[in-house]
Structure formats: C-alpha cells, structure tokens
Design a protein around this ligand. Structure first.
Ligand code: HEM
Length: 286
C-alpha cells in the first residue's frame, strides 16, 4: 500500500495540504482502507487483555492506533507504536507526548523564554524531545524527498489588519485571537442549561444526527482555517468505535475514580482511561 504522497505524484494537485482538501474521494478510500487494516490490531490487543483479565489503558491504545494510521496515510510509513515492541516508534511517541505537555505549560509560565535561553527545566527537556522528533521526521523526509514538491505555507494565525469581531471587539493588526474550546463546550449560554450533562442525544433531531455550526462546536475550529483532518478524524473514530463496540463490552477498572483532564495542547484524560474488556456477543449470534 502506498501513501498520499504517492497519490500526489500521480494526482492532479500539488502540495500535501491541497491533497487533503481536494482529493476527498482518494483520501476517503485510502484512509478507510488503512483504518480497516489497523483497527483489527487494536481489537487483537484488547482481546489479549480481555482473555487474561488485564486492565486496558484504552486512551493510550486509541492514541497509538490513530498515530500509526496517520503516519501510514500521510507518509506511507509503518509507524508501530501500538505493539510497543518497536524501539524507534516508542521513542518517537514518548517525545511527542512529552512535548505536547511541555509546550502547553508555556501559556502559564512567564519565564519560559528565559528557561529556554538558559536551557534548564522543562525547556531543556523539550529541546531533547524536539531533537528526537526532528531526527525521526527528517529521516522520513529524506526517505520521501524525491516525491515531495515545494509548497509554501503561511501558518500564522494572527490578524493581517485592524478588524472588528462580530460582537464589536476591536483587534489590531498582528493581534492573536484564540478561544477556549473546553469552557465553551460547557457554557449554558451556548449549549443551554443542561450543558454539563452527558446527553449525546442532543445531537439528534427527530432521530437524525445534525451537526452544529463549527463556530458553536469549536473542537475543529471554523472558517477558512478549519481543521483539514476533520473528516479523516471522524472516519477513524467511527471505525474504531464500531469495531470495539461490536466485539467488546467495557467496564471501568475503578468506578470510584474521578475523571479529570491533563493540561496539554490537546485534551487528554489525566492518567488515561482504564477499563476491563469482556467479549460481546451480538444479539443475532446468540
Ligand atoms: C480529533 C482530532 C482532531 C481535532 C480535534 C483537530 C482540531 C484542529 C484545530 C482546532 C485546528 C485549528 C488550529 C488553529 O489554527 O488554531 C486544526 C487544524 C488542522 N488540522 Fe486538525 N484536528 C484533529 C485531527 C486532525 C487530523 C487527523 C489531521 C490530518 C490528517 C488534521 C490536520 C489539520 C491541519 C492540516 C490543520 C491546519 C489547517 C489550516 O490551518 O489551514 N487534524 N485541527
């Protein structure tokens, strides 16, 4: 199996991000094939723990499956973080997770620049982790170089000119505007009085799923800079969930434990999600 990079060579577009946005069908078919071949590996892993009545760290397994699939789709590279037996992959995912965590702390540590300059504390650890990530990615790029085309990306998210937001708030050229998806997802002002209740049915209207505006459900951002991997991410989540719910029933390993968050750039459960898995026999097999 190839990768999007190879499809880019033969396809009508240039630039990997254009591939993501314009070759929708190719991306859909290819990524579905990758998810369908990677998810059974996850099922096998959960099965083994289920047979031995071992606790499963599900968040960790889902993250690893997602990362392995993303590398296959994006780079045609078989990263193997899920098995836990590939040393290079293990080093990469450890550095990746730690960097994610440390970068978030820059928001709350006013001395981070000084620490970076002096190369001490979390900033020193970040530097080491980034070196691991860089080496890994540069090797990958080297491997794929002939297939790559030069694309110039403007990644800045700051305002290009003075502007006024719809609520009248003024922003100046160069200002950065950001929003907090986490509290927004819990605000009665946006979601109604039952905002904090776990009630997935709120997404259904007459039994049919109706997506909310991306400016209300902001997990993927909205507007021209909306996440280009949104459909990709949903497809992967649906395939993984369908496999897992088909084969297993889950029970929390510690029902009394409170679920809290880990402060990182991306939102993770603190200490993961620990479960027991039991084989699930669908009704029509009984
Ligand atoms: C649940 C999973 C995901 C979430 C919640 C998510 C969320 C986001 C958010 C909030 C942004 C905007 C960042 C900003 O500009 O401030 C973004 C951008 C982006 N995401 Fe995702 N993402 C997810 C998965 C993915 C995946 C799997 C891919 C690639 C296959 C991807 C590719 C991108 C790209 C390329 C951008 C930059 C878009 C641009 O600035 O033009 N994302 N994502």
């Amino acid at each position: 199996m190839g990768s999007l990079w190879q499809m880019e060579i033969y396809g009508p577009t240039s630039g990997s991000l254009q591939v993501l946005s314009s070759s929708t069908k190719i991306l859909r078919d290819f990524s579905t094939a990758v998810f369908m071949s990677n998810t059974p590996k996850l099922v096998t892993k959960v099965s083994e723990s289920s047979i031995h009545k071992q606790i499963i760290a599900l968040q960790d397994l889902l993250m690893k499956t997602a990362l392995d699939s993303m590398f296959k789709v994006g780079f045609g590279f078989d990263l193997d973080t899920l098995s836990g037996s590939d040393e290079v992959s293990n080093r990469f995912i450890k550095a990746f997770d730690e960097s994610n965590c440390i970068i978030f702390w820059r928001y709350v540590d006013p001395l981070w620049r000084l620490k970076r300059y002096l190369n001490i504390g979390k900033e020193a650890a970040l530097k080491t982790n980034i070196r691991v990530i860089d080496n890994f990615v540069y090797e990958l790029i080297e491997h794929k170089r002939e297939q790559m085309k030069n694309g110039k990306l403007d990644d800045g998210n700051c305002s290009k000119k003075d502007d006024i937001l719809p609520d009248g708030f003024k922003i100046k050229k160069g200002d950065e505007a950001s929003y907090m998806a986490y509290p927004m997802g819990r605000m009665p002002y946006i979601w109604g009085e039952d905002a904090e209740e776990f009630w997935p049915e709120r997404w259904l209207h007459d039994g049919v799923f109706r997506p909310e505006s991306p400016f209300k459900f902001t997990a993927f951002q909205g507007g021209p800079r909306i996440c280009l991997g949104k459909e990709f991410a949903y497809r992967q989540m649906k395939i993984m969930a369908a496999f897992l719910v088909f084969f297993f029933k889950f029970e929390l390993a510690d029902k009394g434990k409170e679920a809290t968050y880990k402060t990182m750039l991306t939102l993770h459960m603190d200490n993961g999600l620990h479960l027991y898995a039991f084989p699930h026999v669908p009704a029509y097999f009984k």
